[in-house]
Design a protein around this ligand. Sequence first.
Ligand code: SIN
Length: 194
Amino acid sequence: MDAATIAINQRMNKFDGHAQVWLFGYGSLIYKADFPYLERRPASIAGWTRRFWQGSHDHRGTPMAPGRVATIVPQAGAVCDGMAYLITPEVFAHLDHREKNGYLRLATDITFDDGSKVEGLVYIANEENAAFLGAAPELDIARQIARSNGPSGPNSEYLLHLASALRELGKSDPHVFAIEQHLAQLKDAPPAAQ
Ligand code: SIN
């Protein structure tokens, strides 16, 4: 499935011939820019909301014990805040590999914080990908995140980095902040009796 996602993304030709493309990041792409970019600007996309509904087999969990990472799902009237990066097309090889566990490139309108707009791309993991986990109560999501680990490190680190990055941007996300709060309470709770 990973290889299939990379191949599908490579066939995405909407921006062929463009020397530069805006990429919108809403998850780890906000706080971990391990790729070259020409410009970085706080931005948002309308009609989408961030959810920890995507399973992670390759970064923050394993195929047997997947972690939970962010994707976005359509929601009328919602606005998802994040970070936009102006990149050159060569960078997509790295991004397609990084996002290979179910994320597909989608063209989207991106609104910068000054109100100006541009068309760009976002990586989305929808319910059709094999790693998709879907909705769950935020406490259960926090419990899964608390116990998950993968090659990129503890799943909790992903959530906590994202929550702090959103705070640094001056943005609020009730879903992310609720999971963060549950995680803190789980950490403080005494271990369950055997
Ligand atoms: C994103 O950050 O925009 C995609 C999901 C992720 O890599 O965490």
